[in-house]
Every structure is written in C-alpha cells, then in structure tokens.
Design a protein around this ligand. Structure first.
Ligand code: C5P
Length: 240
C-alpha cells in the first residue's frame, strides 16, 4: 500500500483523459508509477467505472479521482468514503459546497479504518470561469478574492490542498501552512503546443511560485514516448 504523505519530490499528475478502460490501461502501462500519479476524471470514470481505478491502483499508481463532488454533506461524505475504499490517493470536492459539506467529507475520510486516507483537495473557482460568469451565478467578489477566501475556508475545514491556477498559488501559499497542497493544470514545456489552455506555466515557473503538484495531459498522453515526455516534466519540475 502506498503512503499518502507528501512525497519529497513534487508530483507530476498525468491526466488520463481517455474514452475507455482499455485505452487508459494500455497508456498507463507505458508509465512508471515512481514518477507520476494518474488523474481519472469524469470521461474515463463514467465510461470505465471503479474497476478501472482499482486496476490502476493494483498497478502501483497513485490515483487522483477527479470527480469534484458537490452535493449535500451526507452524500459527499458517502462518496468520499467510497472513493477511499477504492484505494485512491487523492479525491476532490467543490469548495463552493461550503464548510459543512467539506467537514462532512473530512470526517468521512478520517473514519476510514482500512488502507490509506486519501488527500482531500478542494476545487476553487474553475479556471474556465471569468469574472462575468461569477457575477452571473450571483457571486460579487473578484476572482482572486473568491479563490483566496475558498482556499482559506477549505484549509480551515481540514482540506489538504486546493486545485487552482498557478497564477493564484503565491497568494494561497502566503496565507496557508507550508504543507498546504496546490494542484495546478495548464502546464506546458516551452516547446509544447498550448492546445486549448490560455494561461500556461512551464514546470519550472510552477515550481518557482510554489506549486506542489502539476497536472499534465496531452503533452504526455499524445507523446510518441510517454515515459520520456513524463521525465521531461518530472525533471524540469523537480530541478530547482
Ligand atoms: O491536456 P492538458 O494538459 O491541457 O490537460 C489538463 C487536465 O487538467 C485536463 O484533465 C483538464 O480537464 C484538467 N483541468 C484543466 N483546467 C482546470 C481544471 C482541470 O485543464 N481548471
């Protein structure tokens, strides 16, 4: 069983954005679990289900189950407990679910008696949302203020970290404990295609602002040699 404590090196989390179990598992077999964790999101989980997650865990991977739970506290607590039973390393919830929902998730994970307790991560403002969208759903604050507020609330309710943009990491790190995790997508090497990401950071820039875990998808999943591509990110992120 893997230890879920913060690894000494900072993790590269590979986004396993595939349409079915066979493709996801075939791809994962090309990566060394020593050098990355794997993120399973809606697309793959809806298609392939919990058995895919268990298969990845059995292959020795740390799995980030990226299902962004957001519901009444009791339902989110049960979902977190079910995720923990699958042996995942990290699970996430929406900070906007509020303190009671987050506390219920924390308590459900702390009640787990078998295996390792997954890291609990809160999603702050989705990077796909702009100021106008936030206003449209009735939130008046500026995006950076809302992100900082939700990150502090998540930390107070026992979350281990947040998903956020690398642009927001410096402020979050300044306001929270040193071991509070920041999980950030939108990462590219200078030579990579941006794809549909707008505000990108390189692994070295992410490291410099204090990101603890980078999430990388297409530059690794579409590479001819995925392990070699992973090692470029791993080395650049852990170098400084
Ligand atoms: O391929 P790419 O590196 O852009 O993939 C990034 C991954 O991170 C995808 O799984 C995407 O859904 C996820 N993500 C993101 N931006 C967010 C939140 C999640 O790119 N704000």
């Amino acid at each position: 069983m893997l230890d879920s404590s913060l690894p000494e090196d900072h993790y590269v989390i590979v986004a396993l954005d595939f349409a079915d179990a066979e493709s996801g598992l075939a791809f994962a077999r090309q990566l060394d679990p020593k050098h990355c964790a794997l993120k399973v999101g809606f697309e793959l989980f809806v298609a392939a289900g919990p058995s895919l997650v268990e298969a990845l865990v059995a292959q020795g991977f740390r799995v980030f189950l990226d299902l962004k739970f957001h519901d009444i506290p009791n339902t989110v607590a049960s979902a977190c407990a079910a995720a923990s039973d699958l042996g995942v390393w990290m699970v996430n919830i929406h900070a906007s679910g509020g303190p009671k929902m987050i506390t219920a998730a924390r308590q459900a994970l702390d009640r787990q008696t078998s295996g390792t307790v997954p890291l609990l991560i809160a999603v702050t403002v989705l990077t796909s949302m702009d100021q106008q969208t936030l206003q449209q759903i009735g939130i008046a604050g500026k995006i950076p203020e809302v992100v900082d507020h939700w990150a502090a609330m998540a930390a107070n309710q026992g979350c281990d970290g947040v998903v956020c943009s690398a642009q927001e990491v410096a402020a979050i790190r300044a306001q929270n404990k040193a071991d509070f995790l920041t999980v950030t997508p939108g990462i590219r090497l200078p030579e990579d295609a941006k794809d549909d990401q707008h505000r990108i950071f390189t692994p070295a820039q992410a490291q410099a602002v204090g990101v603890s875990h980078i999430v990388v998808g297409r530059p690794i999943t579409r590479a001819q040699d995925p392990q070699a591509a992973l090692m470029k990110f791993y080395t650049a992120f852990n170098r400084a």
